[in-house]
Write a protein that binds this ligand. Structure first.
Ligand code: HEC
Length: 102
């Protein structure tokens, strides 16, 4: 019985390190994950079907500059100012990179 308990303890410890070690870079969400937030308005993968501007395929600089201007309260957007404020500059860069396809 004692052996079994030791064995189970080892299994629990081992699976603990296996499943609960965060992957490298987990504290910064990737552009691909963050991009899910944008699909509801800009279409799946940022390709809009309606009046909403398509954002995928635009240059990384264009997207990042727009987002940072929205965030800074420049331009006169309806919703993007509020959305852009929810992201750090490095997250904006990751999003811009993702949508530019680079
Ligand atoms: C609630 C709907 C909504 C969501 C969610 C949304 N957007 Fe927008 N986006 C808009 C609208 C509407 C505009 C046009 C500007 C405005 O009125 O705010 C726009 C404009 C833009 C533009 C400028 C495009 C151009 O050609 O001028 C970029 C870049 C952009 N959004 C990026 C994003 C990114 C990146 C996300 C996800 C983090 C996102 N948007 C999420 C509604 C949305």
């Amino acid at each position: 019985m004692k052996i079994l308990k030791l064995f189970l303890g080892a299994v629990v410890l081992f699976s603990g390190t296996l499943f609960f070690t965060p992957p490298a870079g987990a504290n910064m969400a990737s552009g691909a994950v963050l991009a899910n937030t944008c699909y509801s308005c800009h279409g799946t993968d940022g390709k809009s079907v309606g009046d909403m501007p398509t954002i995928s395929g635009k240059s990384q600089k264009f997207i990042a500059d727009k987002m940072k201007s929205f965030k800074a309260g420049k331009l006169d957007p309806t919703v993007m100012n509020r959305i852009a404020k929810g992201f750090t500059d490095s997250e904006i860069d990751a999003l811009a990179k993702h949508f530019s396809g680079k």
